[in-house]
Design a protein around this ligand. Structure first.
Ligand code: ZN
Length: 478
């Protein structure tokens, strides 16, 4: 029996192949049976079609992110997918960003698919200020899992990495000048917490750096909205924050001239993760915080806040996303971690393998124990499936499992385990990038181990992130 092969097998693939192995994505280049065309022929490209494993990953990820933000004081909003282009005319997107927008006619009126959530969030903020005045406390934080559409050139489309439709963990913070720095520092701490506790990705001086994206001074007023004085103030604040983060965490920053958004400078967190396909360390922008003094001006936020509240400081806006596009995040994560998902997100979390011996009496006990563990886990809301595999075929079977569905936990029950009432667990450790083994006592032992694995996410959202969708077809055939 060669359990050693686990965790090392698997050639290097791109994220679309991993996503297809994990039943996350239906590959659009694949042929539709009985029709001489591909799935993409019907869906169009750049428009990911998730499968049922993807439904699990996406839903759990969205729930964790949503609950986390609510606990951090963000209010949740839901905004439409289309809007009249009047909204994007006012925000400036129609002038600065039109080539990336899907614009269409509706009864003689011009509409667009939403390319950004911000203008809707501002409209909501305006209405809230008018209705609730001083009862609304600044900084005011609005969060949405906002689905947007952007027109990317077909040549640049690539699976989840670059799609025309994606969902952002998007939030906007409306704040006075004095609260800009503490608000952005909080966002950085939130980013650090979610990457470390949910994805086991350290956000430390060894693993990330900050990029402060600034304007190109000569092009203020043309490529960048606003005055040189406003850019001066905004860029100064971001530098102050970068210095603060350096002091607190030792994380270095560098400045990138000409990389700012048209409405303000940005602070991007860039991680370095080894790309196993090429062996080189590659940049991965894992979060962005943008400082904006332009949209507040265009939507006359200062006048509105002054009229309906006692606040007489200037109002600014912070745009921020911790994961950014959830699709792109998943794509990069799948490639960098070779299709190994964290336990809470994996479509199949626990595969229980009963190793049959050919001895009828022993095999009956093994089957029974597999059943007990499977039922016990499913009852607790885990996505677990049991499978009986002959001892002689075990290594081939495990190789198949490790090159496709890669469950974070494999539980083995063989002759020895049954005799001792044990379960031999093989748990994938994302930091060590290999499986570690541990023997526990029966179902209670398995449950307490899984509880331990979930602990960091429980710290994030105050509950167990379980979505008991049973996809038993995911366990490969022997
Ligand atoms: Zn925004």
């Amino acid at each position: 029996m060669s359990r050693e092969v686990e965790g090392q097998s698997g050639s290097v693939k791109d994220h679309i192949a991993y996503a297809s192995d994990l039943d996350i994505l239906i590959p659009l280049t694949q042929r539709v049976p009985m029709f001489d065309v591909t799935f993409g022929y019907y869906t169009g490209y750049g428009n990911p079609l998730f499968s049922l494993g993807g439904g699990v990953v996406y839903s759990v990820l969205k729930y964790i992110v949503l609950k986390y933000h609510v606990l951090k004081g963000y209010k949740v909003i839901e905004t439409p997918i289309i809007a009249r282009t009047t909204l994007y005319k006012l925000s400036g997107h129609l002038d600065m960003y039109r080539e990336n927008m899907f614009v269409f006619d509706l009864e003689g009126d011009e509409y667009a698919l939403k390319p950004m959530n911000c203008p809707f969030h501002i409209l909501a903020f305006i209405s809230l200020v008018e209705r609730y005045g001083n009862r609304l406390k600044l900084p005011f934080k609005v969060f949405e899992l906002g689905t947007v559409h952007r027109d990317e050139r077909s040549g640049s489309l690539r699976g989840l990495m670059r799609a025309r439709r994606f969902t952002q963990d998007d939030a906007h913070i409306f704040t006075t000048e004095s609260m800009i720095v503490p608000s952005i520092l909080n966002v950085f701490r939130e980013l650090k917490e979610i990457y470390e506790k949910l994805f086991h990705m350290p956000v430390t001086k060894e693993s990330v750096t900050l990029r402060v994206s600034l304007s190109d001074r000569e092009r203020i007023g043309e490529k960048y909205l606003g005055t040189p004085e406003e850019w001066e103030l905004a860029e100064g604040k971001l530098r102050e924050i970068a210095e603060e983060i350096k002091k607190e965490y030792g994380i270095e920053y560098y400045e990138a001239r000409g990389e700012a958004a048209f409405y303000g400078p940005k602070l991007d967190v860039v991680a370095f993760i080894e790309d196993r396909r090429t062996g080189e360390k590659k940049d991965w922008q894992i979060g962005t915080i943008q400082f904006d003094f332009n949209l507040p001006k265009k939507f006359r936020l200062n006048e509105i806040v002054r009229k309906y509240t006692d606040v007489d400081e200037k109002v600014y806006m912070i745009h921020r996303a911790l994961l950014g596009s959830l699709e792109r995040f998943m794509g990069v994560y799948l490639e960098r971690y070779q299709g190994r998902l964290v336990f809470p997100l994996a479509p199949l979390q626990v595969l229980i393998i009963g190793i049959t011996t050919g001895d009828e009496e022993v095999d009956k006990q093994i089957a029974q124990q597999v059943n007990t563990v499977e039922e016990g886990l499913v009852k607790e809301g885990y996505r677990a499936v049991g499978k009986l595999v002959a001892k002689t075929r075990l290594s081939g079977y495990v190789r198949k499992v490790e090159s496709t569905i890669k469950p974070p936990v494999i539980a083995y029950i063989g002759k020895r385990e049954v005799a001792r009432g044990e379960v031999a667990l093989s748990i994938y450790d994302l930091a060590k990038r290999r499986r570690v083994k541990e023997t526990v006592q029966g179902l209670p032992g398995v449950l307490s181990k899984l509880d331990e694995i979930e602990a960091p996410v429980r710290e994030l959202i105050g509950e167990d992130p379980r979505l008991p969708v049973i996809l038993d077809y995911l366990a490969p055939q022997e």
